[in-house]
Design a protein around this ligand. Structure first.
Ligand SMILES: *Cc1c(COP(=O)(O)O)cnc(C)c1O
Length: 383
């Protein structure tokens, strides 16, 4: 019998948020209004600098980020093989080609040395993903990019709150892209934000999000192509409310992560993906646990057993991007070539650590996850 039911993610919305959405709906400004601007300003205050553009999704932010660095057919961009398909789709749509790189098993991130090895004469830039909130070591990666004049896009969809040597992710590269999809750190239903150090990039992306329209002294004009990738006012007001209490959200996640990590590491051979040096601050999106080798082939079975105890888990991310049919057919890389990415796709379980996991849930989750895994090890030993 389940005594509890713990979802992988649950939006952190309260009555005040609902009230504010109602207020917006009572007015007549549903888009292009003050809520969007205030959300952008609050976002910049929270991350501690830069310029921000609220958008309809992280995918939109990634695509406009790639467009802002002017790439196209013939250009190569280094991308992780272990990520959400959005990271690479957004690039493909510019006509440039992805060059896939394997991740480190300890963090799920690209390492500086793996990036160095992948750089060719055609390389124009690098897209980095801060895997599950664990920041890439930007202090080591930026000099590699700067020396060669490569642009850097940071996919920070699951990294709101993550920092490297005190500087928030998204402020290291040319642009950082955040997601407000329901299971992410904060949600606007659907939504995203592009953060950038460069004012010019923010202006350009701001135009591209709304058909490329410019309002100059001479009036209305369009000097470039554009999309409609705007965020609505009632979405922006939801984002504002959650940002106001985001520091609590982050400390709650850090606490849940630490307790669960300790419990899981009691299982022999278990590894937990985490930061590898001081100065790297994770935003603890979820806890990615890499199973002991002998249990990896039983990952799906184990997730089912854990779910039978009322605990919902997830997989980040289910298949390395080059192994997906579209990329397989187009780039023809042998399946499983990116070994660490495959190990994480096939042999890891992502556990919830969000603010919806309360103190009693956390104890239940830690105990039951640990117990299920240890029991499975015992069953395997008897065979
Ligand atoms: C969720 C996610 C995205 C996509 O975000 P949307 O807001 O749904 O477009 C992109 N990249 C990564 C790494 C993600 O986890």
């Amino acid at each position: 019998m389940n005594t509890r039911s713990i979802p992988f993610g649950r939006p952190d919305l309260n009555n005040q948020d609902r009230e504010r959405v109602n207020e917006v709906l009572k007015g007549h400004i549903l888009t292009h209004g003050p809520q969007g601007q205030e959300f952008e300003n609050k976002f910049v205050d929270f991350v501690g600098g830069g310029h921000s553009v609220a958008l309809s999704s992280c995918f939109a932010a990634l695509h406009l980020g790639y467009r802002a660095v002017n790439i196209g057919p013939g250009d190569e961009v280094i991308v992780p093989s272990q990520t959400h398909v959005a990271t690479v789709h957004a690039l493909e749509m510019t006509g440039a080609s992805p060059v896939f790189v394997d991740c480190e098993l300890e963090t799920g991130n690209l390492s500086p040395s793996s990036i160095l090895q992948a750089i060719t004469e055609k390389t124009k830039g690098i897209c980095l993903v801060h895997f599950a909130g664990i920041p890439c070591d930007m202090a080591k990666i930026m000099p590699i990019a700067d020396e060669r004049g490569l642009f850097v896009i940071e996919d920070a969809a699951t990294a709101l709150g993550a920092k490297v040597d005190g500087v928030h992710v998204g402020l290291w590269g040319d642009a950082g892209c955040f997601s407000f999809y329901p299971v992410k750190h904060i949600t606007t239903g659907e939504g995203g934000m592009l953060l950038t150090r460069h004012e010019g990039t923010a202006d350009q992306v701001g135009k591209m999000r709304a058909f490329g329209i410019e309002r100059t002294k001479r009036g209305y004009d369009v000097t470039s192509l554009g999309f409609n990738f705007r965020m609505s006012e009632f979405q922006a007001t939801l984002g504002k409310g959650q940002l106001d209490r985001f520091t609590e959200n982050l400390t709650g996640r850090a606490h849940n992560f630490d307790v669960l990590k300790r419990a899981l590491l009691e299982v022999e051979g278990m590894k937990v993906l985490d930061v590898t040096r001081e100065g790297l601050e994770s935003s603890h999106y979820c806890l990615v646990a890499l199973l002991p080798e002998e249990l990896r082939s039983r990952r799906d079975h184990l997730r089912k057993k854990i779910l039978e105890r009322g605990i919902e888990t997830s997989v980040y991310y289910p298949r390395p991007i080059p192994d997906l049919s579209y990329y397989q057919e187009k780039y023809d890389t042998p399946v499983g070539q990116y070994q660490n990415a495959s190990v994480i796709s096939d042999g890891a379980i992502a556990f919830p650590v969000g603010p919806h996991v309360g103190a009693e849930d956390l104890e239940y989750l830690s105990q039951n996850a640990q117990e299920t895994l240890i029991q499975e090890q015992q069953i395997m030993e008897m065979k």
